[in-house]
Each structure stands twice: as C-alpha cells, then as structure tokens.
Design a protein around this ligand. Structure first.
Ligand code: NAD
Ligand code: TYD
Length: 348
C-alpha cells in the first residue's frame, strides 16, 4: 500500500513508519517537526527506496493537498498532534489549532482527493485517525473500563481537542462517506518518546540526580501499552477495520504512577546503581497535582481482539524492561531539544 503517515517523526508515528517501511509499504512521512518531532527516530528507514519524508504542516490545506495529490496514497494514518497534557494546560490554543483545525484540514484534503478516485479505489481507501482514551474522561473510583460506546467526557484541553478531532473524523465519514476508522489507545510506553512524558522524564531525572516528580499523591492510574503493540493494532485497523467504526486499544496493564516510578527505580537500582548505593526512590518527590488530573483510565479492547484479531504481546513488566534498556543505551533521547525543561520551571 501507499500510506501517508502524519506525525511520523514523533514517538508513535515513527514506530508506525518503521513498521510500514519494513513491511514493504510505500510510506510518505508528513511532519512539520515541532519540538516533539525528530527525524532521528526514523533513521533506520531513511534512505530506503520505499520511504520518503515531506516537511508539511497539517494546518496548511495547500501543503497537505500537494502532498496527497503528488503521492496518491491508498491510506492516510493520522498521528500528527500536540500530545502533552501539561502543555495544553499552559497553552491550550495550539492544541485547538493543530488537533482540531489541522485534522479538519487534513480530512477535507483527503476527501477532495478521495472523491475523484475510481469506485474500487474509493472503497479500498482508508483514513485511520489515531486518538487517545483521554477523550472518555475520568473513570474515578467507580471501576469499569472504556468501551467504544463510552460517553465522551474530556477533562484537559488536550483531551478536548482530541475529542473534537474524533468527532470531525466521524463526521467526514457519516456526512461525506470518507472511509474513516477511529482508534483510541491508552498510554504508550517505549523508545523515542520526548522526555516531557512520565516514563522518560522519570528515567532522566533519576539519572541526572534531580527530583523524580510525581503529581499529587501518585495514585492516578494509567493503562500502559507497549508502543509496538499499539502499532500492531493500528496496522490491523488499517487492514481489517470497518470504516465508520472505532477501535479501542489498551494493555490491561493498569498501574498507578507511584507504582510505575517504583518499578523504574528498582530496575535502575539493579542496572545502574547510584554512586552512594542508595535507591533512586530517595529522589521521588510528590509535587502539586496537575489541574483537572484524571484519576483512572482503563480500556476494554474486546472489539479489537474479536474483530481485528489484535492482542498485545508485551506486559507492563517487559515493556518497562525494554524501554529502560533502550534509554540507557540511547541517553541522548533523554535530553530536551527545546527550552521546555519542566512543567514547574520553564514554560515553553
Ligand atoms: P508526539 O508528540 O511524540 O509526536 C507528534 C508528532 O506530530 C511530532 O513529530 C510533531 O512534529 C508532529 N506535528 C505536530 N504538529 C504538527 C503539524 N501541525 N503538522 C505536521 N506535524 C505535526 O506524539 P505521540 O505521543 O507520538 O502521539 C501520536 C498520536 O497518538 C497523537 O495523535 C496522540 O494524540 C495519539 N496518542 C498518543 C498516546 C501516547 O501515549 N503518547 C496514546 C494514545 C494516542
Ligand atoms: P504523561 O506521561 O504526561 O501522559 P498523559 O498525561 O497523557 O497520561 O503522564 C502520565 C501520568 O503521569 C499522568 O497521570 C500524569 C503523571 N505525571 C507525573 O506524575 N509526573 C510527571 O512528571 C509527568 C510528566 C506525569
């Protein structure tokens, strides 16, 4: 297939690009390289004859239309986004611009292209919209899991922007017939993540001797999934998903932030002991809570398992081991490429 991947220089997008290129698809990576984008994440496929990169902003209808018309894709996998909740609290409008306006611009350009295709090409075309479980809001202390039918109740500006983006994607399917598939996934863990996020941030601060900051009391629960398992789900959604439907992906790996940091610290203690022989746990510091901090997310992936044949390979334990080993081998990925040092210290 010829696939355009937006956001292919980011954490998950680059994993999608690496997988598709290795699977011998023709891939155009469309990314405008914000602070979170880094082409080193696709270094292993750069130069391969079935991989190309175009620097383009999804908010520019002209640039996106040009890329689509020139590449003539069979599918678009849309991952470009502003993705960090803390940034969305400090500066929400860029999230509206990129995630809402950018997605609508991309959908419209995709539609303009799709509507001119032959009937067979039209039927086979796919627009896979990649989104988050955060659109469903907070499960709180009530238990339960998010299904594809859970109501949308976003808490943060990030989640609200992704919810809007999901709705626009659905609208382009229902109104115009564009073959859109929505996906909603839980927190990803793995290599090449920008170090503002919890896992690389905790590893970075541990290794440089700073405070490992946990927001609030650390009881907030996330449902962690190894990034390559998410990618497998997205590829299955592309190949087998039904247009107009959405699919949830999650790891059944719920873990509180405190327990996750604890796990990271115990592995670090074994792999790279502190000079003073003490545990990295000594560096943990509980700080003011994130505004509007959702307590618990948990995903029910029954539909993806039954209808796509998807199941995650990694557990939380293997995900943490692999991820930590990778960051220890690639410490340059723990350095910030912009001035955004921490939520507390340096606003971007
Ligand atoms: P990321 O922040 O690591 O990467 C985002 C990429 O998008 C970057 O390469 C950036 O340069 C690019 N980008 C941003 N604005 C752009 C624009 N206007 N035009 C073109 N490119 C632009 O994000 P990620 O963690 O890889 O997330 C990818 C997608 O998956 C997002 O849509 C996110 O909402 C979703 N998602 C993420 C997670 C997670 O745990 N990280 C979980 C579920 C869903
Ligand atoms: P994060 O990695 O930012 O992902 P998201 O907000 O999309 O879930 O945060 C994961 C969890 O970790 C979330 O509950 C907030 C918390 N957190 C901390 O406790 N300390 C930190 O330094 C960061 C970045 C996050």
């Amino acid at each position: 297939m010829k696939v355009i991947v937006t956001g292919g220089a980011g954490f998950i997008g680059s994993a999608v690009v690496r997988r598709l290129v290795k699977d011998r698809h023709q891939v155009l990576n469309l990314d405008n390289l914000t602070y979170a984008g880094n082409l080193k994440s696709v270094a292993e496929v750069t130069g391969m004859s079935n991989y190309r990169y175009a620097r383009a902003d999804i908010c520019s209808g002209r640039a996106v239309a040009h890329a689509i018309n020139e590449f003539q894709p069979d599918a678009i996998m849309h991952l470009a986004a502003e993705s960090h909740v803390d940034r969305s609290i400090e500066g929400p409008l860029i999230f509206v611009q990129t995630n809402v306006v950018g997605t609508a611009v991309l959908l419209e350009a995709a539609y303009e292209y799709w509507v001119e295709l032959s009937d067979e090409q039209k039927q086979n075309f796919r627009f896979v919209h990649v989104s988050t479980d955060e659109v469903f809001g907070d499960l709180g202390t009530e238990g339960g899991r998010f299904t594809e039918d859970s109501p949308y109740r976003p808490s943060s500006p990030y989640a609200a922007s992704k919810a809007a983006s999901d709705h626009f994607a659905r609208a382009w399917n229902l109104t115009f017939g564009l073959p859109v598939i929505n996906t909603n996934c839980s927190n990803n863990i793995g290599p090449f993540q920008y170090p503002e996020k919890l896992v690389p941030s905790a590893i970075r601060t541990a290794l440089v001797g700073d405070a490992i900051q946990i927001y609030g009391d650390g009881t907030n629960i996330r449902d962690w999934l190894y990034v390559d398992d998410h990618v497998s789900g997205l590829v299955l959604a592309l190949e087998k998903g039904e247009p107009g439907k959405s699919y949830n992906f999650g790891g059944i790996s719920e873990c509180s932030n405190s327990d996750l940091v604890d796990l990271l610290c115990s592995h670090l203690d074994a792999l790279k002991p502190r000079d003073d022989g003490k545990s990295y746990r000594e560096q943990v510091k509980f700080i003011d809570d994130r505004l509007g901090h959702d307590l618990r997310y948990s995903i029910d992936s029954t539909r993806a398992r039954k209808e796509l044949g998807w199941s995650p390979v990694d557990t939380l334990a293997t995900s943490v081991e692999k991820t930590l080993a990778w960051y220890l081998e690639n410490p340059e990925w723990l350095e910030f490429s912009d001035s955004y040092g921490s939520r507390v210290g340096k606003p971007y």
